[in-house]
Design a protein around this ligand. Structure first.
Ligand code: SAH
Ligand code: SF4
Ligand code: F3S
Length: 443
C-alpha cells in the first residue's frame, strides 16, 4: 500500500483522468493524498499542448530527483499526454523515473506500481488502444463536490496543423448515450449539482449516428429530473465548423443547459485559418457568432487564440485583434504558438515570428480583451443574476463565490452559518464589478 499524490497539468480531461486514476489506485488499496510532501509516490499527469507545459512537468520531476535517489521507498511516475508522447524515451533518459503510462492505459497504474516494485518498468499505452477497464471506470460513481465532469468523447478527429492532441489522445470516439446518462446520474447521486460534458470537439458528438449533442442534452434533461439535484449542464469545447442551430436552440430552450459556448476562433485572418487547417473562414466564424446571438441571445461566448503562428504578419494579427474587439467575447484565452513535434506545422512550416513579437501580440490581444471584459462587467452592474453557489472564496474567507449560467464569476458576502450552501441557486443584485468578477448581494 502506497500514499500517492497525483499532480495534474493541462486541461479538464486530464483533471478527470486524474480522478479516475485516483479511484483505481484507491480500489487497489492505496491511499491518495493531496500534498506531495506526505506522499511516498508522486505521479505527474502531464500536458503536451505547448512546450512550456512539458517543461513545467519536467522541472517538477527533476526537483524530486534527490528525494527519489536518497529514499529507496520513494517512487516517481508520469501519466497523461506527455507520457504518451515521450514516456518510453523519458524512462530511458531519466533513471530516477519509475514508470510512465499513456493516456489510455492509466487504469493499469496499480499494476504498473507493482511492476515498479520489482524493477523499473517502461510500459505505456498506444493512444488507440483503450486499455482494460476504462469504460468500467467511467461508469462508476465518483464524488466531486458540486461539480461533475463526464468525458462524452475521447480523442479528436481533427488535424489542426499546430495541435498535438490527436496524436496523444487518439482518434475521435463518442461514448454511448446510455453510458453518459448513467454516469451523469451517478455523479448527481454522489452530490454533483452541475455536470460538464467534455470533448475536444464536442459538437461532433454522435457523428454518423442518429445522436448529436443537442439530443444528448435533451436526453439528460429528460432522464435526470431537477428533483434528483442536477441544476446545470455545461459542455466544452465547441468547434466553429460543427456547431449548429439545433444545438444552440437546444441550449436556449432546455432549462438547465447553460448558455455559454467555448468556441475557439484561433485567428481572425483567413490566411492563418487556412494554414492552421481549421476548416472555416473568418466570414463563416462571424456567421456562427451571429447565429448564436440570434438563437440564444443571452448566451456568452469565449474563444482561444494562437498568436505568432508561422507566417502571421502584422496584417493577420490585426484581423485577430479586430475579431476580439468586434465579437466582444466573454473571455479569450491567448497562447503563443509553440511548435509541437510531428505536427504538420512543425514539419512543414517555419516558426518565423520572433519570440518578442509573439509576446507583443499576446499582450496587445490581452489588453483588448481586458477592455472588453471591463465594459461587459460594468454593463452588468445594477442587474440581477442567478448563480450556482460554489462556496467560500479561496482568496478571502469573508466572501463566497459562484457562477452564472453564462460562466460569469460572482462574489458575495459569506452567508450566516447554514443559510446557503454550495450547490444552491441564489439570486444576486450586482453592485460592482472588476473585469473578471461581479460583486453582488443576495436578494
Ligand atoms: N479541442 C479544443 C482545444 C484544444 S487545446 C479546440 O479545438 O478548441 C487548447 C488550446 O490550446 C487551443 O484552442 C489552442 O488555442 C491552444 N493550442 C493548441 N496547440 C497549440 C500550440 N501548438 N501552440 C500554441 N497554442 C496551442
Ligand atoms: Fe487540437 Fe484542433 Fe482537435 Fe482542438 S480540434 S484538439 S485544436 S486538433
Ligand atoms: Fe489536455 Fe494538454 Fe492533453 S490540453 S488533451 S492535457 S495535451
Amino acid at each position: 500500500m502506497r500514499k500517492i499524490c497525483i499532480v495534474t497539468f493541462g486541461c479538464q480531461m486530464n483533471k478527470l483522468d486524474s480522478e479516475l486514476a485516483a479511484e483505481a489506485l484507491q480500489d487497489a488499496g492505496h491511499v491518495v493524498v493531496q500534498d506531495e510532501a506526505s506522499a511516498d509516490t508522486v505521479i505527474f499527469n502531464t500536458c503536451s499542448v505547448r512546450d512550456h507545459a512539458e517543461q513545467r512537468a519536467l522541472s517538477r520531476l527533476v526537483q524530486l530527483r534527490t528525494r527519489r535517489e536518497s529514499d529507496s521507498g520513494f517512487r516517481l511516475g508520469l501519466m497523461g499526454c506527455f507520457a504518451e508522447r515521450e514516456g518510453e524515451a523519458l524512462i530511458e533518459r531519466l533513471p530516477y523515473l519509475d514508470f510512465a503510462v499513456g493516456t489510455r492505459q492509466f487504469m493499469r497504474l496499480p499494476e504498473m506500481l507493482e511492476q515498479a516494485e520489482r524493477g523499473r518498468s517502461g510500459r505505456f499505452g498506444e493512444a488507440d488502444d483503450p486499455g482494460p477497464g476504462l469504460d468500467a471506470a467511467h461508469a462508476r460513481s465518483r464524488h466531486h463536490g458540486i461539480h461533475g465532469f463526464v468525458s462524452v468523447m475521447r480523442g479528436c478527429g481533427n488535424r489542426c496543423a499546430y495541435c498535438i492532441v490527436p496524436s496523444v489522445r487518439g482518434g475521435e470516439v463518442s461514448r454511448p448515450v446510455a453510458d453518459v446518462v448513467r454516469e451523469v446520474a451517478s455523479l448527481v447521486d454522489a452530490g454533483a449539482r452541475e455536470v460538464t460534458l467534455l470533448g475536444q470537439n464536442i459538437d461532433a458528438y454522435g457523428k454518423g449516428s442518429v445522436w448529436n449533442l443537442a439530443r444528448l442534452l435533451a436526453r439528460i434533461e429528460e432522464k435526470i429530473p431537477e428533483s434528483a439535484g442536477l441544476r446545470r449542464i455545461r459542455f466544452v469545447t465547441s468547434h466553429p465548423r460543427d456547431i449548429d442551430r439545433e444545438l444552440v436552440e437546444a441550449v436556449a430552450t432546455l432549462p438547465r443547459a447553460c448558455g455559454h459556448f467555448h468556441m475557439p476562433a484561433q485567428s481572425g485572418s483567413d490566411k492563418m485559418l487556412k494554414a492552421m487547417r481549421r476548416g472555416y473562414s473568418r466570414a463563416e466564424y462571424d456567421d456562427k457568432l451571429a447565429m448564436i446571438h440570434e438563437a440564444a441571445p443571452t448566451a456568452t461566448i469565449a474563444s482561444d487564440f494562437i498568436v505568432g503562428f508561422p507566417g502571421e504578419t502584422e496584417e493577420d494579427f490585426r484581423a485577430t485583434l479586430d475579431l476580439v474587439l468586434a465579437a466582444r467575447f466573454q473571455n479569450s484565452y491567448i497562447f503563443k504558438y509553440s511548435p509541437r513535434p510531428g505536427t504538420l506545422a512543425e514539419r512543414e512550416m517555419t516558426d518565423d515570428v520572433p519570440k518578442a513579437e509573439k509576446r507583443r501580440r499576446n499582450l496587445a490581444l490581452l489588453e483588448a480583451q481586458n477592455a472588453v471584459n471591463r465594459e461587459r462587467s460594468e454593463s452588468l452592474v445594477g442587474t440581477r443574476r442567478t448563480i450556482l453557489v460554489e462556496g467560500e472564496s479561496s482568496r478571502d474567507p469573508s466572501r463566497w463565490t459562484g457562477r452564472t449560467a453564462e460562466n460569469l464569476i460572482c462574489v458575495f458576502p459569506a452567508p450566516e452559518d447554514g443559510a446557503i450552501k454550495a450547490g444552491d441557486l441564489l439570486d444576486l443584485a450586482i453592485c460592482s464589478a472588476t473585469p473578471l468578477t461581479l460583486f453582488g448581494r443576495p436578494v
